[in-house]
Design a binder for this molecule. Structure first.
Ligand code: PPS
Length: 292
């Protein structure tokens, strides 16, 4: 089977064929946005479910005190993959949405500069490694034999989300058309509390110190991994399908795992492409846990 079995290309961008509804895609442009709607935008494997968890903890007390059974996927559903077929128009404001959409496919109304958007990005070598493992896990994604093979696919943009460079470049270069906060995965990892406070300030959400502590505690990798509402284990096993028993969405959650997977040669080749493609983008990246 080739990648077309797994990918659906719509207007130049690759979607996950198994979960996409083409009518939904066609109507994205006219999607009725409310001013209070909040969006988490990411390239895949950059911290989406982490940010879903943080935002739902910030907004919903019943998520903080675990009195509700609603999981992150329902709290901050994907705009383009309406997996649980929810009628979004019935949801109370403020609605949280997640999306991997490139800037040019975002609903038109989003360019009103009103809606708050959080764009989370991560160093692309770790994104690629995370994606490699995810492709081995999910039956809906094209399986892969080794890093070499996946790296080629990733650098050719033949994956869900298309080319990482295009995604980040597009959102960054068009940032003035949107009300967007750029958050770095690695900063969230190094200082989760400061990151949560930064997000709260952007969202104009004031939480007590205790509530912030609670958000931070429940959004750590360890706690999310054991929290069925946050870890997507059930979703992977029961709704999408897994190839193996042992893989999971919350795999490792670290900075610099790429060093354990890439040869020096592969890493240098990646660096050369990165430098060429990102030369006009002043965003800084953290590649190693000891980097400031
Ligand atoms: S997806 O499929 O696009 O929605 O995946 P996404 O959620 O964007 O990315 C999954 C990676 O994020 C890691 N993750 C975390 N890291 C640190 N702390 C917390 N709390 C956390 N939650 C999720 C997750 O483990 C995946 O990265 P890897 O490197 O594979 O572990």
């Amino acid at each position: 089977m080739d990648e077309d079995t797994y990918l659906l290309n719509f207007k130049g961008y690759n979607f996950l064929r198994a979960l996409i509804d083409i009518d939904q895609l066609e109507s994205l442009d006219d999607f009725e946005i409310r001013d209070e709607d909040i969006f988490i935008i990411t390239y895949p494997k950059s911290g989406t479910i982490w940010t879903q968890q943080i935002l739902s903890l910030i907004y919903y007390e019943d998520h903080r005190n675990r009195t509700s059974q609603m999981d992150s996927l329902d709290r901050a559903p994907f705009l383009e993959y309406n997996i649980r077929k929810v009628d979004f128009s019935k949801r109370p404001s403020p609605r949280l949405f997640s999306s991997h959409l490139p800037y040019y496919l975002a609903p038109n109304a989003l360019k009103n500069n009103k809606n708050k958007i959080i764009y989370v990005y991560r160093n692309p070598k770790d994104v690629m490694i995370s994606y490699f493992h995810f492709s081995k896990l999910l039956v809906a994604l094209e399986d892969v034999d080794n890093i070499e093979q996946f790296m080629k696919r990733f650098l050719d943009g033949k994956v869900v989300g298309s080319l990482w460079f295009d995604h980040i470049r597009g959102w960054y270069e068009h940032r003035h058309s949107f009300n967007v906060l750029f958050m770095r995965y690695e900063d969230m990892k190094k200082d989760l509390r400061s990151s949560v406070l930064k997000i709260c300030s952007f969202l104009e959400k004031e939480l007590s110190d205790e509530a912030v502590d609670d958000v931070v505690r429940k959004a750590t990798f360890r706690n999310m991994k054991s929290d069925p509402q946050a870890n997507y284990d059930k979703f992977v096993r029961e709704e999408v399908g897994a190839r193996t028993e042992d893989g999971c969405f919350l795999r490792k959650g670290t900075i610099g795992d790429w060093k354990r997977h890439l040869t020096v040669e592969q890493s240098e080749m990646f660096d050369r492409i990165f430098q060429r493609k990102m030369k006009e983008i002043p965003l800084k990246f953290i590649w190693d846990v000891n980097e400031e």
